[in-house]
Structure formats: structure tokens, C-alpha cells
Design a binder for this molecule. Structure first.
Ligand code: G6P
Length: 611
């Protein structure tokens, strides 16, 4: 959470910072701020969106070719102008932006208070900037050394950029836990939480690793460890298209990303499925395939939507590879005493590749010598770098906070993995393998067909936009889809929604059903079709409203349900990829009609780098 951007070079920093902050707003959007460094330091901070900061700074002096900017997702202290970053040290020597949490900040604050320091904000960041200043003044040392010494006293996570008024021609950056990437331009450097603010300026980047400290000057970039050991620069080239991070005519990123799914799924299997549909190859897993095939158990870890994709993965691995699978929330797994064996394979799923709980769970699994595989979307992010092997989803940048195309891309990767392993373990025949690949290959076209019904979904959304509650039911592969449908609705429209296995309805949620309760049922034709038809009847018998996702041409449910949303026929294992699409669109339209900020729902952030 929180977005960081910095610039040092020959151009005016302010427009670069504001533009960068807008790109990073998905990481947090309760307040933002900039510091422009020229002869003086000018700091402007504002509660609200980056556009509020822009309005506020309109008549102000925004000159300067060096600057730092921050968009905040509050952890310590409510969102207001004072708690917004950048934070300045008491005597004005240092100005800091920070993403992460300083866990021992109360202890440090106490120490500093006893030395005469006082604090204007409630943030842990202000404590850190004062610690740096205290060490700097006491030791009469260079700013960069003061930063390193202060950070060695810190417990917690940080990605930070700091400027010192006595050394105004440089920015100092450091990372532990929270990502930072440096863009290399011509006599200029950029720094940001991810590559999106950088890509329009340069494609050459350096990713910071944990405990790296970088010193950025207009003509020079120095990298070292927190212990002052010089490090060489590994320069990578970004493979990111600027068009991919813009709305391209759509009203919202979320809508664009829903509509991108035929392409994002295709991109996820492109080059991996052989042209004659006879084989799937996942290059990132070749070295570990033997261990994967022989694994005794698979443990899938994720958070939020990625956890839902993991549940689909559980069913896929059980059915096609006949392997025992457990699906875990990163946050729960890491704080239990989980039993992990050397012949377990852990699969960590994450769109951002930065989720703190998932990362912590990965480290735990590595400590226990399990093979850890990542399924991530953001290239170069922390999880792909921390795992032994992995598969990128190639869904392209996902900016809308509510995950859509990342989910379907994750399920696509899990399906490919399950099919490959199933084939290698002799669970599925050559013929079945080929049929499954053909089915997967057809999915993008089938999603195109569903998207054509967008107007119908919109008119149904109109009818239920004022609901206070909603229930989502599904069986088998569609139970995770029900969870995901409910999550989409609640996170962007603030309607309370629950996802349930359809049969479990009788054990509680049925008590909620009345004529005001929309019940979304995923009822496409598969092996539990008859059962789900009975569940629909149970809802109708209690006057509930049924909105059913059905296989095209279904006439049985059409007679019972209030509305049907048709999706093409598909193999059960892959039908989750289709069934989720109408639910994404319904949630989107309901949220828009309720006047909600779809791309930046309240209190949420896309990349959750705090535990
Ligand atoms: C946040 C996002 C969700 C996402 C979850 C896990 O809650 O809002 O969309 O599913 O984090 O994120 P990850 O990047 O690990 O998939």
C-alpha cells in the first residue's frame, strides 16, 4: 500500500510526480503529497485524491528539478493533511516518503521524546525521519550513513525515499519489504513503487532488493547494502506498453480489464500451448517439473481474489492430477504452526507479487525446504524473485482495485498446470489431454460472446442496485466463483454479499431469504446440475429472487429463475472462467449506478504490503 515516486534530473519534477502519483493511486488514495527541492523545500499535502493535491498546489511554487511524491493508504493515523507524506524532521534537515510500517516506532518515539523531540503527526514515518535526523546531527556524518544507521535500528517494512537539505543534489532510497524500482534516463533518474510511473520516461530499470540502499544523483546512481557494501547494478528492460496502463476510452479501468479477458487469457496461454493443441509447456516450471509431479501434497497460498483462484486450483489438481491439495490464506498460514514437508510443493498466487502475508508464507515454506512456485502477474515483483520457480500470468497491468482479469489468468495457469501434471502422472489420457487443451483454447472466444450481453447485464443491474444484501451460490468449481462474485459486489458497491456452497444454504443463509434478497446462482450444466436446480426451487419457494448463470439454451432454469445470464457450454473445469464474467459485469454496473468509485473503492488498496 502507498505509492512512492521520485525524480532527479533536468526537467521540472512536479508534473512528473503528479502524473506518477496518478498512476500509483491504485495503491492508496486517502491523501497525497509532494516535496519539491530547489533552493528551498516546498511541501504540499492534501487529504483526498491526487486531483485534490493538484488543485491545492495550483497557485503555489512548484519549481524544482528534484522531488518526491506519495499517495497514502493510512495505517498509523487517520487520513488528513497532517498525516499525509512527505514528512519533515523537526529541525528541517530531512524530508521523507515511506511505504510500509515501522513496527517498533513507539519505542523509538519514546527515546526521541526523551531527547527533546516532539511530533506533529500520528505517523510512524515522522518517527523514522526524526530518528535519521537525530543520528545525523549527533554523529556529524553524511546523510546516507545516517539513513543506513537509522534503518539498522528499525523493525518492520519500508520502501522509502529521503532528501537532506544539506545535500540537496541527491535522493536516498532504501527498501525492505516494500518494492522500489529505479528508472534510468538521460541525466535523470526516476524512482517509484512500481514501473507504471516510469515506463513513459524510460524502459531501463533497476529493481531494489531487500536491504539495498540507493543514492540517486542527476548523473550517477550508486547501490549498496545497508551495511555499506557496494553492489553492482542489474539493469533490466521493461516490457510494458504505456497503452496498457491507460483507460483507452473505457469509463473505468475495471470495465476495460473485464473486456480485456479474452486477450489476457489468450496471452496467458500464448506460446505455452502448442499450435496443434497437443501439448502445454510452462517454461518457468521445466526445472522443477519432476519434483512437482512427484509431490505428496500441494499447498496453495493467496489472499483475496487470488485465494479464490487457489480454490479453483484445488478442484483442478484433485480432479486432473489426483493430488491432495490444501488452500490457505497467507495471513493464517504464516501464524499457525503449519506442517510443511520437503516433498510438499507450495504454490503462491498473487496478482501484484507484493502481498505481505503471501510473501511471509513463502518464506516460512522455504525455511521448511518445500519447493515454492509463484503464479504472479507483475513481472519483476517480489514474489517471483523470492520463489524457486514460477509462471507469469501475462494478463497485463491490472489497475482497477477489484481484481478481474488477474483472476481468470490465474485460473488459466492453474488449469494448465493441473493438465500437465495429470498427464505426466498418467491420470489423464492423451485424448483427454488434447480435448482439455482444445477447450482451454476456445475460452477467449466464448468470453467474447458473454461480453456481447453487457447491455442485458446492465439492465438487470438496474433492478438490484438498491439491494442491501445479496447471496451467491455455486457448487464444485462454481463455489469459488460464488465467493468471487460476492467479493466483487461488496468491495465496489458496498452491498453486503455472501458466497456459499449452494448446499450449505440450508444450514443458515436460507433464513435470510425473502422477496428482497437477490440470490445469484451459478447453475450451468455440469454434474451437479440437478442438485442446483433443486437449490433454485428452494430459494423460489421462499420468494427469493433468482438471477441464474446458465448454459446457453437452458430452458429448465429459465422457467424458474427471475433472470438468466447465458454463458456458452464448456468443460466443467474451465466453465469457472466463463461464469465469473457476468458476475463481474453485474457488480460493475451496480457500483456505477450507486455512484461508487469503482476503480478506487473506499478503504481498499490493490497492493497490500502491510500485514
Ligand atoms: C487486495 C486487492 C485484491 C487482491 C488481494 C490479493 O485485497 O484489492 O484485489 O485479490 O489484495 O492481492 P494479490 O496481489 O496478492 O493477488
Amino acid at each position: 500500500m502507498c505509492g512512492i515516486v521520485g525524480y532527479i534530473g533536468l526537467k521540472q519534477a512536479y508534473p512528473i510526480l503528479i502524473n506518477g502519483l496518478k498512476r500509483l493511486e491504485y495503491r492508496g488514495y486517502d491523501s497525497s503529497g509532494v516535496a519539491l527541492i530547489s533552493n528551498d523545500i516546498n511541501i504540499y499535502k492534501k487529504k483526498g485524491k491526487v486531483s485534490d493535491l493538484e488543485d491545492f498546489s495550483k497557485e503555489k511554487n512548484t519549481n524544482g528539478t528534484i522531488g518526491i511524491g506519495h499517495t497514502r493508504w493510512a495505517t498509523h493515523g487517520e487520513p488528513n493533511d497532517t498525516n499525509a507524506h512527505p514528512h519533515i524532521s523537526e529541525k528541517g534537515y530531512f524530508t521523507l516518503i515511506h511505504n510500509g510500517i515501522i513496527e517498533n516506532y513507539t519505542h523509538i518515539k519514546k527515546e526521541l521524546t526523551s531527547k527533546g523531540y516532539s511530533f506533529y503527526s500520528e505517523t510512524d514515518t515522522e518517527v523514522l525521519v526524526n530518528l535519521i535526523e537525530y543520528i545525523y546531527l549527533k554523529g556529524d556524518i553524511e546523510a546516507e550513513m545516517a539513513v543506513r544507521l537509522a534503518l539498522s535500528q528499525v523493525v518492520g517494512a519500508y520502501g522509502l525515499v529521503i532528501s537532506c537539505k544539506n545535500e540537496p543534489d541527491q535522493l536516498i532510497a532504501a527498501r525492505r519489504g516494500s518494492p522500489l524500482v529505479i528508472g534510468i534516463g538521460n541525466e535523470e533518474y526516476f524512482i517509484a513503487s512500481d514501473a507504471t510511473p516510469i515506463v513513459e520516461h524510460t524502459k531501463s530499470v533497476v529493481y531494489l532488493n531487500n536491504d539495498n540502499v540507493a543514492i540517486l544523483k542527476k548523473n550517477e546512481l550508486t547501490l549498496k547494502s545497508i551495511d555499506n557494501v557496494p553492489l553492482s547494478l542489474t539493469i533490466k528492460q521493461l516490457n510494458l506498453d504505456i497503452g496498457a496502463i491507460e483507460k483507452n476510452g473505457y469509463d473505468h479501468f475495471m470495465l476495460k480489464e473485464i473486456f480485456e479477458q479474452p486477450k489476457s487469457i489468450f496471452d496467458t496461454f500464448r506460446g505455452r500451448i502448442a499450435a496443434d493443441l497437443s501439448e502445454i509447456k510452462l517454461g518457468g516450471l521445466l526445472d522443477v517439473m519432476d519434483k512437482l509431479v512427484k509431490a505428496k501434497r500441494i499447498i496453495i497460498i493467496g489472499c483475496g481474489t487470488s485465494w479464490h483462484a487457489g480454490l479453483v486450483g484445488e478442484y483442478l489438481f484433485e480432479e486432473y492430477a489426483r493430488m491432495p491439495v490444501e488452500v490457505e490464506y497467507g495471513s493464517e498460514f504464516r501464524y499457525r504452526k503449519p506442517i510443511i514437508n520437503e516433498d510438499d510443493v507450495v504454490i503462491a498466487i498473487s496478482q501484484s507479487g507484493e502481498t505481505a502475508d503471501t510473501l511471509a508464507a513463502i518464506n516460512l515454506a522455504k525455511e521448511q525446504n518445500a519447493l515454492v512456485i509463484g503464479i504472479c502477474n507483475v513481472v519483476g515483483s517480489s514474489i517471483p524473485r523470492e520463489t524457486h520457480a514460477g509462471v507469469y500470468t501475462h494478463a497485463g497491468p491490472e489497475i482497477g482495485v477489484a481484481s478481474t482479469k488477474a483472476f481468470t489468468a490465474q485460473v488459466t495457469v492453474l488449469a494448465m498446470m493441473a493438465f500437465i501434471i495429470g498427464k505426466k502422472r498418467g491420470v489423464i489420457s492423451d485424448g483427454d489431454y488434447k480435448n482439455l487443451i482444445t477447450e482451454l483454447n476456445d475460452i477467449p472466444e466464448k468470453i467474447e460472446k458473454i461480453l456481447q450481453f453487457n447491455d442485458q447485464f446492465k439492465s438487470i443491474a438496474e433492478l438490484y442496485k438498491d439491494a442491501s444484501n445479496a447471496l451467491y451460490l455455486g457448487r464444485g468449481y462454481f463455489f469459488p466463483v460464488a465467493l468471487e462474485g460476492a467479493l466483487k459486489l461488496k468491495e465496489i458497491s458496498y452491498i453486503h454479499a455472501e458466497g456459499y456452497p449452494a448446499a450449505e444454504m440450508k444450514h443458515g443463509p436460507i433464513a435470510l431469504i425473502d422477496k428482497n434478497m437477490p440470490v445469484f446462482v451459478i447453475a450451468t450444466k455440469d454434474r451437479s446440475y440437478e442438485k442446483i436446480v433443486s437449490n433454485i426451487q428452494e430459494v423460489k419457494a421462499r420468494n427469493g429472487i433468482v438471477i441464474a448463470v446458465v448454459t446457453e439454451g437452458d430452458t429448465v432454469i429459465k422457467k424458474m429463475a427471475d433472470h438468466v445470464l447465458e454463458v456458452p457450454q464448456a468443460e466443467a473445469a474451465l466453465a469457472a472462467l466463463l461464469a465469473v464474467v457476468p458476475l463481474q459485469l453485474l457488480s460493475y454496473h451496480i457500483a456505477v449506478m450507486r455512484g461508487c468509485n469503482v476503480d478506487q473503492p473506499r478503504n481498499l488498496a490493490k497492493s497490500v504490503t502491510v500485514e
